[in-house]
Design a protein. Structure first.
Ligand code: MG
Ligand code: MG
Length: 243
């Protein structure tokens, strides 16, 4: 997992450097695919099945009001856009998962703030991934910080356990759920591995599925940011593997 996560981190760092006006999400997807493959790993999203649908790409690229699961398009990025690039790597049967939101050229200050707060909320969640704490400590840290800034915390999509599969139990909500929602507030133990991934909207928390039946978008059309790390639960707080 350490190796797989390191590849994801290096990949996001490399591909993030390619983000500029005129580049297309499909270009970035190819860059992700090539980078991960060259490291001797497999792009974990490629061939990922949900029901009868199979995702064909190495990365999800979600532009502006797209929250997550963006299908890489051939529409050139424009100055002022923000895009999240989300990818996973499988190395020798173990997985790493990470996402980062990037600015395209010059972005509005309000959009920059959304990105900053979302990234900071991830780090607050990571700090709470500590032995003896509970899973919802992570959720609470993310929710409190983002809602304090007036942002919408997406409910329908959550972080997850990760290991020998890309998505494992437990689910890691970015808000403190009510008991009826069926999440488990696990006691965090040394060595548990979690993908923590706040998805934060500038406006309403509400999301819907786009016409492509895959991409998740905000219902008010306002931008959304997404940052994700694969993390190990440790005594003093989470250890980030996708660093
Ligand atoms: Mg994930
Ligand atoms: Mg991811």
């Amino acid at each position: 997992m350490r190796e797989a996560s390191h590849i994801v981190a290096e990949c996001l760092n490399h591909v993030g450097g390619l983000v500029r006006p005129g580049v297309t999400p499909l270009d970035l997807n190819v860059a992700v695919d090539n980078f991960i493959t060259k490291q001797g790993a497999y792009p974990a999203f490629k061939g990922y099945k949900v029901g009868r649908h199979t995702f064909q790409y190495a990365a999800c690229v979600s532009v502006n009001s797209a929250v997550v699961h963006g299908i890489p398009s051939n529409e050139p990025l424009k100055n002022g856009d923000i895009i999240s690039i989300d990818c996973g790597a499988e190395k020798d049967g173990w997985f790493g998962d990470g996402a980062w939101t990037f600015a395209v050229g010059e972005i509005a200050p309000a959009t920059q703030k959304l990105m900053d707060v979302t990234r900071e909320s991830l780090m607050m969640g990571v700090a709470r991934a500590r032995v003896g704490g509970r899973l919802f400590d992570i959720s609470e840290a993310i929710q409190d910080y983002c809602e304090m800034h007036g942002y919408g915390v997406v409910r329908e999509l959550v972080g997850h356990g990760i290991g020998s599969h890309l998505h494992e139990d437990p689910q890691v909500p970015n808000y403190v759920p009510s008991p009826s929602e069926g999440f488990t507030n696990l006691e965090l133990q040394e060595g548990m591995t979690l993908a923590i991934e706040p998805m934060i909207n500038m406006g309403t928390a509400k999301v819907k599925t786009a016409k492509d039946k895959w991409t998740v978008i905000t219902t008010d059309g306002k931008p959304s940011a997404h940052f994700e790390h694969t993390v190990v639960v440790r005594k003093g707080g989470g250890e980030i593997l996708t660093k």
